[in-house]
Design a protein around this ligand. Sequence first.
Ligand SMILES: *Cc1c(COP(=O)(O)O)cnc(C)c1O
Length: 602
Amino acid sequence: MKIKVCGLKHPENIEAVAALQPDYVGFIFYDKTPRYAAGLSADALQAIPASIQKTGVFVNESAENIDKLIAEYGFNAIQLHGDESPEFCAAFKGRVTVIKAFGLNEDFDFEQLKDYANNVDLFLFDTKTKIYGGSGKTFDWTILDQYKLDIPFFLSGGIGPENIAEVKNITHPQFYGVDLNSRFEIEPGLKNIEKLKDAFNIVKNKIQQMKYGVNEQGYYGDFGGAYIPEMLYPNVEELRQQYLTILNDDGFKAEFDDLLKNYVGRPSPLYHAKRYSEKYGANIFFKREDLNHTGSHKINNAIGQILLAKRLGKKRIIAETGAGQHGVATATVCALMGIECVVYMGEIDMARQAPNVSRMKMLGAKVVPATSGSKTLKDATNEALRDWIGNPVDTHYIIGSVVGPYPYPDMVARFQSIISAETKKQLVEYTGSELPQYVLACVGGGSNAMGMFYHFLDDESVKLVAVEAAGKGVNSGESAATTALGNEGVLHGSRTILMQTEDGQVVEPYSISAGLDYPGIGPQHAHLFKSHRGEYVSITDDEALQAGLLCCQLEGIIPAIETAHALAQLEKMKFEANDNVVICISGRGDKDLDTYIKYFGY
Ligand SMILES: *Cc1c(COP(=O)(O)O)cnc(C)c1O
């Protein structure tokens, strides 16, 4: 859902509003309102980032004057509030985004909208008043539900601090965003930044992700929830109650941003891969999470959770790890904060991934072998949960992907969402638009993919492609292609899609890449898959290794074998020449050198 802030006129206030990153800002050029922006210098609009649409708002202005003001202020959008005809609007379409505003009441003639739908890009609905422009009064939003609209609309009309949260109940499929104006002001034309900030948080948390995001019960459509033993309830409930408050706290955000910048090395580059672009006939971009400290995206989440644990007053961290990547990221942030760290790891995995065990120990973590069952990841997870039940007060459990009971999937997705937030801004610099045609990422539990998809979920023109590991082939019996082979059930505390036998036993997954060797996917992925918002495909070991080598030789980048799965999918896609395609390079391949060397015989 989009946010527009309208009626700005003071340069410093404009800057402060722009820093909140709305999607649109509006400047009113109508001399009968106290928000008239006539005195504003064009320079004041220069500082507004390109990701924000600058909107000129007019009432029965001449086309000539509108053109003049578009040129002078560099507007990307215009909003027409008067009696402008469909033909009048049409003359601007294609050059700028055209928003036609209407005042609504019980007598409003919805038929007239048909004539406009082809000639404008968006509608904006406000309360009907005798004078032109908004009235600041709320109208009954449910009126709209009776009408099928052909284009999306903004809702205006007295949205204020006290009713903003109700906007999430609007279910109209064309509902596009909210327009915030007079109810967030100190005086006409001067916005109250604190009130706006609160409103933005409400919109971003509760509403933006409403279609593909989590609801208040912790569900994404049919998936998610918290299926946990009663003994764990107090731990998970404490997290559920606290996590959004902590994540939205300014002090928390400042510390998180600072560490991402100065410790992890963010923003990670968005790199235009020219030789890939030539080979595949589209503009291919790599989002370089491999350049992060510790070599993958996992550190984003580990940093977020250690800061959260500190604020919850926890003195001890536990984690589970399969191949050791998440264990190393967790041990790293514990060293950074001087907090005790215990990592559970299957005994067999410890033998297979000895260097990572050593790394964790060097970082000061205690690595505890899980000796039950198959002595791998799921047994390590069980041991970690047992530990948590025994130490509910002082210990925080850092889960490494968008899996587990609510709120973990949502919390981890938020920490990883920095990937798509940065990508949008960086893409504007290259292409002039923040929206690519395709976004690709590999999926184990799904955290790098969720981070890569997060801010594109509502932009339905962007195709989301999730690549799972087919191992030795989807039907070989040695695979981790969850969506192809699995069905609905409960895994690690949430309802999702997993690979299971007819009597509900979890099937042992297989992939050559340890990070994708997981029998399920996070619940949000299950929802994206079932609702067809995302396309879920799979790539075999052989295809991935070949794609990994190709990336070395075409771009001088040795990718993690997990990442190589996403790269391999390019071979199977058909692009138009101008398509922009972003691939999440989730990690670097140093850890996989042995596997590459064995396979290719270097
Ligand atoms: C762990 C890992 C993955 C898989 O985990 P997700 O939660 O699915 O992102 C992918 N790539 C790399 C480099 C990893 O370390």
